[in-house]
Design a protein around this ligand. Structure first.
Ligand SMILES: Nc1ncnc2c1ncn2[C@@H]1O[C@H](COP(=O)(O)OP(=O)(O)OP(=O)(O)O)[C@@H](O)[C@H]1O
Length: 269
C-alpha cells in the first residue's frame, strides 16, 4: 500500500497525477489518494466576498481561520470542486475512484479546537468559534471495504470531531496517520516544489535524503517555512508510526508518483 497526498497549491498537475495513479493501480499497486485545495479555496473565498484569513500560532505554525462560512466554502472546494476533478480524471483513465471526505464514515476523526491561540502584534490572542482540529484517529473500516471491492479511495479534509462536527484539518498529517494505519510502505507528499529546500525558494537547494531518526531535528524544522512545517511534522508522525519511507516530491511534473517512488525529491527513511 502507498498513500499519496497531492497538495492544493498553485501549479499541481492533476492530469499527470491521475494518469500515473491509474497506471500504477492497474499494475496492481494498492494506493489511496489524499488531496488538498488551499489555493482554489483562497480564490473562491475571495470571489464570494469572504477573503481567507490565516492565524500564526505561538509555535510558529499557521492555519486558516475557519469560521462557519469559511468551513462551508472549504467544503465546496475540497469535497466538491477538487475532489470531483480528481475522481473524474481517474474515471477517464478507467479507474473506479470514489471520493470521500474525512467526515464520511468518520474516516478522519479528531478533537475540535474551538478556541485557537494566535499571535498578533507580538501578543497572544484567542480566536473562538473555530472549526479546526487535528486528526487523532483513522477509521479504516470503510476504506478496507472499498479497497477490497476494487475502488480507489480519493480522500480530502474536513475531518469529523468526536461530537460529529466537520473540522478543517491538515491534509499532510491526516495522510501520515492514514499511512500509519495501513502500514504503508511509502507516504508521498507531493506539492508544487521539488521537495524540502534548504534555502527556500531556491530549487537547487533540494535536500535529497534525511535519515528517518533525524527528520524532526530543528535543522529541518527551521528550513521549512509556513505550511511546509506541517509536511515535516507529517513525516515525523509517519516514520515513527512505522511507514517505510516518506518522500516530499513534485506534483507539477509528468509521472509525479513514479518519480517520487524512484527517489526524486526529498526521501526520508
Ligand atoms: N523549505 C521549504 N522547502 C519547500 N517548500 C517550502 C519550504 N518552506 C516553505 N515552503 C512552501 O511550502 C509550500 C507547500 O506547502 P502547502 O501546504 O502550501 O502545499 P500543498 O500541500 O500543495 O497545499 P494544501 O495545503 O492545499 O494541501 C510550497 O509551495 C512552498 O511555498
Amino acid at each position: 500500500m502507498i498513500v499519496v497526498k497531492v497538495g492544493g497549491s498553485e501549479g499541481i498537475n492533476y492530469e499527470a497525477v491521475a494518469k500515473d495513479a491509474a497506471s500504477l493501480w492497474k499494475s496492481g499497486q494498492k494506493l489511496i489518494l489524499v488531496h488538498g485545495g488551499s489555493s482554489e479555496t483562497n480564490k473562491i473565498a475571495e470571489a464570494l466576498g469572504h477573503p481567507p484569513q490565516f492565524l500564526t500560532h505561538p509555535g510558529g505554525l499557521t492555519s486558516r481561520l475557519t469560521d462557519r462560512k469559511t468551513l462551508e466554502i472549504f467544503e465546496m472546494v475540497y469535497c466538491g470542486l477538487v475532489n470531483k476533478r480528481i475522481v473524474e480524471l481517474l474515471q477517464k483513465e478507467g479507474v473506479n475512484a470514489v471520493g470521500l471526505s474525512g467526515l464520511d464514515g468518520r474516516i478522519f476523526e479528531g478533537k475540535r479546537k474551538d478556541a485557537v491561540k494566535y499571535i498578533e502584534n507580538g501578543k497572544i490572542k484567542i480566536h473562538r468559534g473555530d472549526y479546526t482540529g487535528s486528526v487523532e484517529k483513522v477509521n479504516t473500516a470503510l476504506l478496507t471495504l472499498l479497497l477490497e471491492a476494487g475502488y480507489l479511495p480519493v480522500l480530502t479534509p474536513p475531518a469529523v470531531s468526536y461530537q460529529g462536527e466537520a473540522i478543517n484539518t491538515d491534509g499532510d498529517t491526516a495522510a501520515a496517520l492514514l499511512a500509519t494505519a495501513f502500514k504503508a510502505e511509502a507516504l508521498l507528499l507531493l506539492s508544487n516544489i521539488p521537495g524540502l529546500l534548504a534555502n527556500f525558494p531556491d530549487e537547487s537547494s533540494l535536500i535529497r535524503e534525511i535519515p528517518a531518526a533525524r527528520v524532526g531535528d530543528p535543522q529541518y524544522m527551521s528550513v521549512a517555512q509556513g505550511r511546509m512545517k506541517k509536511k515535516v511534522l507529517g513525516a515525523v508522525e509517519a516514520v515513527q508510526g512505522g511507514v517505510g519511507r516518506v518522500v516530499f516530491g513534485d506534483a507539477r511534473i509528468e509521472q509525479p508518483i513514479s518519480a517520487a517512488l524512484a527517489g526524486a525529491g526529498t526521501v526520508v527513511r
